[in-house]
Design a protein around this ligand. Structure first.
Ligand code: SF4
Length: 494
């Protein structure tokens, strides 16, 4: 990692259909459909909407044979309609489906945590991919690590890296390099540390595979955008990342302008800053630098705090260098930057992308978005969301909501809105809202309560990792969730 200036990590080029990522190629943005994959007409229409919004890569879930075989119809229809969009099949459990999908698609994503690979199934898939020129993504998720990894490393960034490296070495042993790797988590600190550790581990073994960045279950609206910008921005700022997905619990095409804005935001990062004490920086371990326990927003500033303005085109590196160079390392610091955009969401995304890293690394003690074109209250809300997304100060209810996909069993966007309406005053509570019972419970990580699609029209409710109500009709599920929150003493009247 270059602490003084922006430099993009050198990676090999991977070909995904007609799209290339890694090497000198621009960072590609991508999204995922939430139609039933086997509904070919609906899936093709949604791929085209996502492509029209500007994504060269689109992923679809392939959980069973019908979905795997649907690619036989989806691909020619899409190409026939003039779309060269690179298509990715997302496989979770069944290696045979990867093998079916690899006959048609441009890339296959497998999750080492729940993909059974005994008996040479990975090697067989690699051979198939090699023959057809299909790329492979090793997609590790914090919430679904394999049992043997959790037993050895725990549920940690180190475990995520061990899981990825195990599969990457097998790819290398097969002499197959058309590989992309990801380390997703809904916890931005875990996610950023995992990617940095992965880069370290890959460099140590002379591996230069491109990296796919994403924060899982980021939710929707301004919070979802800020959370993704914090996690993805913290890595793009150091040149890590060759393709990105901003996951939102919204129509997938809404993800693309946010992703494009992030790519554009990090495209010009000139400026070089001397770092006198690189040894003070700990990129893969969280350490609070000062004694401030609760980082502040602009309206809370006092004489105790030093304000550091970043004026260059590379504010993240500029702030980091200035803080690491401070003689008194205990000096509390607020980072400030002027944003002149006329749209509040744009300011929120840019500020989150610039400032998040300093909070995730424990270097900054407060944020100040200097944007007098908006009210102080609006700016304060954005600042609070940035602090929350960076996991240094909790001021809102946190929703760990999946973006939905072809496995989703209910209208997750509408349901999330209803859940928010009734619970958004429960400050500090984490509520998971997940589309399917197969991946949902694992992926909602450290949620206090969970609302998970179990079957068509049926919801299963969780308290932590324990099932409290199984398969209840969806019409009753929100009331029951609130009763459970009350029974556990976590409810407050608003
Ligand atoms: S948790 Fe959501 S995004 Fe993940 S597989 Fe299930 S429905 Fe799809």
């Amino acid at each position: 990692m270059n602490l003084s200036k922006f430099s993009r990590r050198q990676t090999i080029e991977v070909q995904i259909g007609t799209t290339k990522i890694g090497g000198k190629n621009p960072i590609a943005v991508q999204s995922m459909t939430n139609t039933a994959t086997a509904d070919v007409a609906a899936s093709v229409a949604q791929i085209e909407r996502i492509a029209d919004a500007g994504a060269p890569i689109v992923r679809l879930t392939a959980q069973g044979k019908a979905e795997g075989e649907a690619f036989a119809s989806i691909m020619p229809q899409l190409r026939g309609e003039g779309y060269n969009t690179a298509i990715v099949a997302d496989i979770h459990f069944v290696p045979q489906i990867a093998s079916i999908a690899a006959d048609y698609v441009d890339k296959v994503r497998i999750n080492p945590g729940n993909y059974r690979t005994d008996g040479g199934e990975l090697e067989a898939l690699i051979e198939k991919c090699r023959k057809r020129g299909v790329a492979l993504r090793i997609g590790v998720n914090h919430g679904s690590l394999a049992r043997h990894i959790v037993d050895t490393h725990g549920d940690t960034p180190q475990g995520m890296v061990a899981s990825a490296m195990e599969f990457l070495r097998r790819c290398r042993d097969c002499n197959f390099d058309q590989v992309v790797v990801s380390m997703k988590s809904s916890n931005t600190r875990v996610m950023v540390h995992a990617y940095r550790l992965l880069v370290e581990a890959m460099e140590g073994e002379d591996m230069h595979y491109p990296i796919h960045l994403g924060v899982t279950e980021a939710g929707n609206g301004i919070e979802g955008r800020i959370k993704s910008a914090v996690g993805i921005g913290a890595l793009l700022a150091d040149g890590i990342g060759d393709t990105i997905r901003v996951s939102l619990t919204e129509a997938p095409e809404n993800e693309i302008p946010v992703a494009r804005m992030l790519v554009e935001h990090f495209s010009a990062r000139s400026g070089e800053f001397t770092v006198l004490h690189p040894e003070r920086y700990s990129p893969t371990e969280y350490r609070r630098r000062s004694d401030i326990q609760t980082p502040i927003v602009h309206s809370e500033i006092s004489d105790e705090f030093m304000v550091i303005d970043a004026l260059s085109q590379n504010p993240t590196t500029e702030w980091r260098a200035a803080i690491l160079n401070l003689e008194n390392q205990k000096q509390p610091v607020v980072i400030r930057r002027r944003y002149t955009d006329s749209d509040l969401t744009t300011v929120a995304i840019k500020a989150a992308a610039d400032m998040g890293q300093l909070l995730l690394d424990g270097l900054a003690d407060g944020v100040w978005i200097d944007a007098p074109q908006f009210s102080s209250e609006d700016i304060e809300q954005i600042e609070l969301h940035i602090l929350q997304a960076s996991r240094v100060r909790i001021s809102h209810t946190e929703y760990i909501a999946c973006p939905s996909c072809g496995r989703t069993l209910y209208d997750i966007e509408g349901t999330l809105a209803q859940i928010k309406q009734r619970t958004s005053h429960l400050k500090g509570l984490k509520i998971g809202v997940m589309g399917c019972i197969v991946n949902g419970p694992g992926e909602m990580a450290d949620a206090d309560y969970g609302y998970v699609g179990a079957a068509a029209g049926k919801i299963t409710l969780y308290k932590g990792r324990e099932v409290v109500e199984r398969n209840i009709p969806q019409e009753q599920a929100l009331d029951r969730l609130i009763e459970i929150i009350k029974q556990n003493g976590d409810w407050i009247e608003c």
